[in-house]
Ligand binder design. Sequence first.
Ligand SMILES: CC(C)(COP(=O)(O)OP(=O)(O)OC[C@H]1O[C@@H](n2cnc3c(N)ncnc32)[C@H](O)[C@@H]1OP(=O)(O)O)[C@@H](O)C(=O)NCCC(=O)NCCS
Length: 163
Amino acid sequence: METSKPIIRTSTLNDKLSVKDAHIRSIHQICSKDYTQKQIEAWAQPPYSDDVWERAVNRQLHQVVELDGKIEGFCHSTVHEDGTGEILGLYLTPEVAGLGVGKKMVQQALEYINTFKPRKIVVESTITAKGFYERMGFKLVHEILDHKIRGEIIQCFRMEKMP
Ligand SMILES: CC(C)(COP(=O)(O)OP(=O)(O)OC[C@H]1O[C@@H](n2cnc3c(N)ncnc32)[C@H](O)[C@@H]1OP(=O)(O)O)[C@@H](O)C(=O)NCCC(=O)NCCS
């Protein structure tokens, strides 16, 4: 039998529920090794309101990765009005993690962001992804100790990269 390959493509408005499902699986199945059960439960809730989702798909860069036709992760990036590029979210499920997909998605996000000639590119990284972003050339700026989701502090790291 042929081995399936993950396919990265631009998201469409119809992908919203599958993106939410992959996001929740990523938090539960990958990030859970670095956070408490209480943190994971507060964090893994529906992430996108309708207008945030429409803006992501229609006016920013939102990509998904599919394996055998099923969405197994996403990457969302944008450039803010002050010229700062940001990776707003990058979540893969265990089905596609560790295969170079995260690297490819970040490279594509950086290509998109760089067309806007950004001042810098930032990300708020999880504990889980910190080593990955360092590998992608991001440097630690500071630890964020007051990032709260539904009352739970989710420890993360402000990281940045020059274009
Ligand atoms: C972090 C994540 C996006 C990485 O994606 P991935 O597809 O597994 O990573 P890749 O296979 O593309 O790895 C690219 C490189 O980074 C390295 N790498 C990956 N994860 C790493 C880690 N945690 N620490 C150090 N290096 C790491 C790989 O070894 C690889 O190195 P190479 O270029 O020498 O081969 C993915 O594991 C994930 O979804 N994690 C859970 C969600 C999360 O925390 N997201 C961050 C939100 S800001």
